[in-house]
Design a protein around this ligand. Sequence first.
Ligand code: FE
Length: 252
Amino acid sequence: MLENEILYDDGQHKFFFLGWEEKEEEIVQTNQYLILDGDEGVLLDPGGAHVFPRVMSNVAEITDLSKIRHIFYTHQDPDVTSGILLWLSICEKAKIYISSLWVRFLPHFGIFDQRRIVPIPDSGTRIRLSSGRELEVLPAHFLHSTGNFVLYDPVSKVLFSGDIGAAVFEKGKRYRYVDDFEKHVPLMETFHRRYMSSNIACRRWVEMVSKRPIEIIAPQHGAVFRGETVKKFLEWFRNLKCGVDIIDSFYM
Ligand code: FE
């Protein structure tokens, strides 16, 4: 197992990029993140059922599972949410945050008790931590899912972007950080052009997140952007033609 990486640590507040499988996955590669604020843990898109044992041991290396109080889901895709029942059973004190649009689908995962589910309204919400700090849940609708959110941490200035900024590595060529943005673009292009809904949605989102200071953009697949590559990514995404912009190309 590759080690957990620390993206931010001021002693009180920590942002972890959790480890990867030693062996490259045959399935869609995913990233998981953990915020630890004092003793309170927040898990971000902890992933599908098949990665659950690995992610659980990544988390257990850092903190006790009972300290996980919040689990945030950007959207409903299986690589994001299919482990939800396992996480609910092992993190007994955690609440699940997911778009209000997807809450009614949770019984299909076997979740009938909605007491630990926090439906996120379309305009987003804040996750208030016991230290008084807050995490911002911001809208990212149609990027790519109908009910889609990202999470901004104002302490670490890390933006967890879900599928926005996702990359698909060639086999044997994965890396944790984007160093050469231009070389990274081809790994993002096919996915973004096909999954993201339209340039209108991209632009609106970039406008919103750009009002915040961002040190790091951490996506759910691929590599993490930091420093200069953050700006380069936002500029690339702002100008991206995708989805309905290029609808004719899907009807040849
Ligand atoms: Fe997705």
